[in-house]
Design a protein around this ligand. Structure first.
Ligand SMILES: [Zn+2]
Ligand SMILES: [Zn+2]
Length: 355
């Protein structure tokens, strides 16, 4: 911190992310200044890269955050406290994970504990400057201390794992259920980790194209894997027996997979939609209705419960390392977003702004 400037990846438009020197943010009264140590990029960022701005407030001011114009992405970050408001409980040098999504605490959804669908929600890195920079200012209300002994490359997955834990809760899966996950990418793999953490005696089938992603699912702890194909329903029925799939989780976002998920669920079963489809998907409502399938969805995470639980899980879980790909610097952000958008990445890339 010398000339008041820092390096940051700044999103200007689709396919236009530039590393620039910008002012170090001045934290508000309720914010801490954080030196970013790791920041993940994910499918949401890749969507902005290829088709944005979608959520990024480049053209009109965000109603809650007030941000408008070029923006620093990055909502999956951890770092070290540089300064924090007195009485916040945070001290310089402390390592923290950011939940990134800020809730208001007083709207009807917040009052019922569903802070992730707060009416006044905004997320650092999606609706305000985020963590793809040397420093980021963040509300202390979404910061959680990182327990000692968790390697940074693992702790850097706290936010996406919190999203996965929330998805696991939303799925309604119970101990002993037969669960199917469509999609063995990073999201599907983290949901698999989360489900195995939340429940015992689960029978989990993961479906994707043949290859290393499915092998990784087995290493994480899937009961079995199945390759995508027209007859996958028949093969699933043979594999799990007449009870059928109690819960089917669509984590691929690929065309047609919502209907596949409904088709694979048993009568009276549940389908959880996680993957965001690029275009509105045709859904077989007949199949959904006559077999009384419950369809649910999931958004972000409940910061107060899911981030701490994700950190507990990361403290013990080797599978996090199976999902991790590599650490790169800010100069590689654009290339990483391009690789993510083109679907060639199977693992999590974390950015270290100090590289
Ligand atoms: Zn994300
Ligand atoms: Zn609220």
């Amino acid at each position: 911190v010398t000339d008041g400037l820092m390096r940051a990846a700044v999103f200007h438009a689709a396919h236009d992310v530039r590393v620039e020197r910008v002012p170090i943010p001045v934290p508000a009264d309720d914010e801490a200044l954080i030196r970013v140590l790791r920041c993940g990029v994910c499918g949401t960022d890749a969507s902005e890269w290829s088709a944005g701005p979608i959520m990024f407030p480049l053209r009109s001011r965000h109603r809650v955050s007030g941000h408008v114009g070029p923006m620093i992405p990055g909502h999956e970050y951890i770092g070290e406290i540089v300064s924090a408001p007195a009485g916040s409980g945070f001290v310089p040098g402390q390592l923290v994970a950011s939940g990134a999504g800020v809730s208001c605490g007083h709207c009807p959804r917040c009052l019922e504990g569903r802070t992730n669908i707060c009416e006044n929600y905004f997320t650092y890195g999606l609706n305000a400057n985020g963590g793809l920079a040397e420093f980021v200012a963040t509300r202390t209300s979404v910061l959680v201390p990182i327990p000692d002994g968790i390697p940074l490359d693992r702790a850097g997955m706290a936010q996406p794992l919190a999203v996965a834990l929330h998805a696991g809760r939303q799925s309604g899966a119970r101990d002993g259920d037969r669960v199917v996950i469509i999609g063995a990418g990073v999201i599907g793999s983290l949901i698999l980790m989360g489900l195995l953490h939340l429940h015992s005696n689960l029978d989990v089938t993961v479906i994707d194209f043949a290859g290393p992603k499915l092998e990784r699912s087995l290493e994480i702890g899937a009961t079995r894997v199945l390759e995508v194909g027209d007859d996958v329903g028949a093969r699933l029925a043979v594999a799990i027996g007449p009870r059928g799939a109690d819960v089917v989780i669509e984590a691929s976002g690929a065309p047609g997979q919502v209907s596949t998920a409904i088709h694979l669920a048993r009568a009276g079963g549940r389908v959880l939609a996680v993957g965001l489809p690029k275009a509105p998907p045709p859904v077989d409502m007949h199949d959904l209705i006559v077999r009384e399938i419950t369809m649910v969805s999931t958004n972000a995470h409940v910061c107060a419960t899911d981030i701490p639980e994700a950190l507990v899980l990361l403290g013990s879980a080797r599978p996090a390392e199976l999902v991790f790909d590599s650490v790169v610097g800010l100069d590689a952000v654009a290339e990483t977003l391009q690789r993510l958008a083109s679907g060639e990445l199977d693992g999590k890339i974390l950015i270290d702004p100090a590289i």
